[in-house]
Write a protein that binds this ligand. Structure first.
Ligand code: BGC
Length: 761
């Protein structure tokens, strides 16, 4: 056992649930004495499940859902807290409460207990006395356990709390625990225990309700509308009679009748219950659950007197990452789009990058993460978050090199071992993006073997004649251009899976070749560069006609071929024109899914069609980014048509209103609309490339880069583009004006602020 847990044993309660039933959350306590003065005291603690610790009646730390979610078949993290100030001379009490969490609660649509059947605790308090001697208080069967007010707690289902069963001052000295039982010694799986490095989940902010009203459909129910779809839970302050029972339901959206719409939550109950103890004002927030919601309905049982709900606040939870970037422009709907993208990130960066926070899914879908990572890295410092998730990925990699579709790998939905094109390729795109955004070579170094292992896997199992997802060797071929409106993602029609597969295969080889060069592995770099060349040739042979047309007519096929440089330069302009023609013939609307959407506007701009990119960006009719905004969305929807006036709600089987994937357009807003782009890794060199267009008259992006604060602001005044550029102290920059504009500015810029004016020729 690790030194920090030298004396500790895993322990559990004497009670646990089954594959379909929850047991009450166990409480643990141990009494110990502290004599003499204490120099320092550190609590090292982890759980398989979730823990919350208390010391002498006070909560230890401010983490939520500690120790977090990792690939539990290989690794669990622990936290260390400085608790010196919480100890006192004489009798002390250490306490812990355990929740089922991801370890033994429900995950996705599977049964409970995927990793183990009950939550386990491992804790060691190390006290260093003034004389240098050390006392260790370590988890053991000598600790006492019981159950209390948390009757059940599950991340997907919700929490049930009966305040009548509260245990009083259970974690304070002087408490009578004679009716508590001894803890059980437990056997934990043989996995690594490591100190956590990733950002913990915390309560980031609280939201007051925007509106609060008595539900017209229920005589005893109150509805709170927080005005924002988000991830977390509510905190309630209530007064009422003992035994009054509250049912708390959560929903992202209202139905046509104005009631909470919960059909899209699928198998997640997303309901909390609270029973009052009736001793005055009671405040409660669930501990071991979260929901994705904008609306809360609190209803109560009939009784002699209704409870008085004094206040309800929304508690926003996510991994605690510093906010680094902001974007805004002169177009209010695009500003709301940016707001929605940011809240999509806040809602889904919780321990792992999840697809959605509300239904019975909430998984680390690789495809979604690779699509959004670049946008995410602008809004917040996601370096540590992805360090940790990439480690989960290495742990989840199969011995053959396959990268699963979800990480941690929950083996849900009967998914194949390989995530397939664009999904498993998170193995390249994510570390590469971390390197680009943070100048972080260490992440590439740590991940290189995993990346190379995946390339070997592809060559062995998924590729024929340099075509990946070739139907002869891969009958599944991946998720396709998921949720595209042109039939992609279905078995027939849409962007062919071998086209998607080969395009991303080429990109993988390119990233690996660059990575090998950076890591000073010239032979491997040469090998991957040659491989890249062969894949490009094979792509051209199979999918590109001599005049630059693609064998598949979808927008995504054109976008991928152009974005990954797969079309010969001589016909590239013709390929881009064909993409534009296809967008025009679609009523100047996009039709792309998860795979093509992130690159669509980049490709149009890079090939001389900025005007078309702006038309798509400013399009308000379905399908477009602004259509949900016009419907009042406050986060990014999973589907372009999550709700439409003609058809109402999409299929309940898959219709989240809080999926960040289409929010990947945020990257284009920053890099091209505002014009803050990476010149050299970590923005060591900034490329200012403002591209005004559409109806926009101004835009601005500010970013705290690893080298300091960078910013760009532009404003159109008649024929003049007025720019203010800020270059961090440790960086340089270059200004690239849009075609047809000229200024006296030299182009190369040093640290500091620069006011530049450009005129239209
Ligand atoms: C998830 C996605 C994911 C997809 C795989 C869905 O159920 O919500 O976001 O990428 O499955 O195709």
């Amino acid at each position: 056992m690790l030194a920090d847990f030298s004396d500790a044993m895993w322990i559990s309660s004497t009670l646990w649930g089954g594959p379909r039933s929850c047991a009450p959350a166990p409480y643990f306590r141990v009494v110990f004495h502290v004599g003499g003065s204490v120099r320092s005291a550190t609590l090292h603690v982890t759980a398989l499940g979730l823990y919350e610790c208390e010391l002498n009646g006070r909560l230890v730390g401010d983490h939520v859902f500690a120790p977090g979610w990792s690939e539990y078949r290989k690794r669990v993290y622990y936290q260390s807290y400085d608790v010196t100030a919480m100890l006192r001379a004489g009798e002390n009490v250490m306490g812990a409460i355990l929740g089922d969490g991801w370890y033994c609660g429900l995950i996705a649509e599977k049964d409970r207990q995927q990793y183990g059947d009950r939550p386990l605790l491992l804790a060691q308090l190390e006290i260093t006395h003034a004389d240098g001697s050390i006392t260790r208080i370590a988890s053991s069967p000598a600790w006492k356990t019981t159950t209390g007010p948390i009757l059940e707690a599950d991340l997907l289902q919700g929490e049930a709390y009966d305040a009548r069963h509260e245990l009083g001052a259970w974690s304070s000295p002087g408490y009578d625990d004679s009716r508590w039982q001894s803890a059980e010694p437990a056997t934990a799986p043989d996995i690594a225990i490591e100190r956590s490095e990733g950002p913990p989940v915390r309560r980031i902010e609280t939201l007051p309700p925007l509106k609060q009203y008595v539900a017209p459909w229920h005589s005893r129910a109150l509805v709170c509308d927080f005005g924002q779809n988000f991830t977390g839970r509510m905190r309630l302050t209530v007064r009422g009679r003992r035994g009054a029972h509250l049912k708390i339901r959560y929903a992202e959206i209202l139905d046509a009748k104005g009631r909470l719409y919960t059909d899209n939550l699928r198998g997640a109950r997303c309901t909390d219950f609270y029973t009052l103890k009736g001793e005055g004002v009671e405040t409660w927030e669930p501990r071991f659950t979260f929901h994705g919601f904008r609306y809360v309905e609190i209803s109560w049982s009939a009784g002699p007197a209704d409870p008085v709900i004094e206040s309800v606040v929304g508690v926003v939870l996510h991994s605690d990452m510093a906010v680094t970037g902001t974007f805004q422009c002169s177009h209010p709907l695009i500003n709301q789009l940016e707001h929605n993208i940011l809240w999509g990130q806040k809602s889904n960066f919780l321990e792992v990058p999840t697809d959605c926070p509300q239904r019975d899914e909430r998984l680390g879908w690789t495809g979604d993460a690779q699509a959004f990572i670049r946008t995410a890295a602008f809004h917040m410092d996601v370096q540590g978050f992805f360090h940790k998730w990439l480690k989960d990925m290495r742990d989840a990699q199969d011995h053959d090199g396959a990268i699963p579709p979800v990480i941690p790998n929950t083996h849900s939905f009967g998914l194949p071992p390989d995530g397939g094109p664009a999904w498993a390729d998170a193995v390249m795109i994510c570390p590469w993006t971390v390197y680009r955004c943070y100048d972080d070579l260490e992440t590439l170094r740590a991940h290189y073997a995993c990346m190379a292992g995946y390339m070997d896997y592809l060559a062995k199992h998924k590729v024929r004649d340099y075509i990946r997802a070739h139907p002869d060797v891969d009958t599944w071929g991946g998720f396709g251009d998921w949720l595209a409106l042109d039939g992609s993602g279905k078995t027939e029609g849409g962007t062919p899976k071998d086209l998607i597969g080969t395009a991303f295969y080429a990109n993988n080889a390119d990233i690996l070749a660059r990575t090998a060069t950076l890591l000073e592995k010239p032979d491997e770099a040469r090998r991957y560069r040659e491989l890249h060349g062969r894949i490009v040739e094979a792509f051209r042979r199979r999918f590109v006609s001599p005049d630059g047309l693609l064998s598949a007519g979808t927008q995504t096929a054109y976008v991928l071929a152009l974005h990954f440089g797969l079309v010969p330069e001589s016909v590239r302009a013709a390929t881009a024109r064909e993409l534009v023609r296809r967008i025009e013939s679609n009523g100047m609307r996009l039709a792309t899914g998860f795979v093509g959407t992130p690159y669509l506007l980049h490709v149009l701009e890079a090939h001389g069609h900025l005007d078309v990119a702006y038309k798509l960006l400013e399009q308000e009719a379905f399908p477009s980014w602004l259509f949900p905004v016009k419907q009042g969305a406050t986060t990014i929807w999973e589907r372009w048509d999550g709700w439409t006036p003609d058809k109402g709600f999409q299929d309940v089987g898959m219709n989240s209103f809080n999926h960040y994937a289409y929010g990947a357009v945020g990257d284009w807003l920053v890099s091209t609309v505002a014009g803050l782009e990476i010149g050299e890794p970590g923005y060591r060199k900034i490329l200012f490339k403002p591209r005004p267009g559409g109806s926009l008259t101004s835009a601005e992006a500010r970013l705290k880069t690893p080298y300091g604060q960078a910013a760009i602001r532009w404003e159109l005044r008649d024929r003049t583009l007025v720019l203010r550029l800020t270059v961090p102290n440790e960086a340089t920059a270059e200004l690239s004006l849009p075609a047809g504009w000229q200024s006296a500015c030299p182009g190369a810029l040093g640290p500091g602020s620069h006011d530049v004016e450009a005129v239209r020729l």
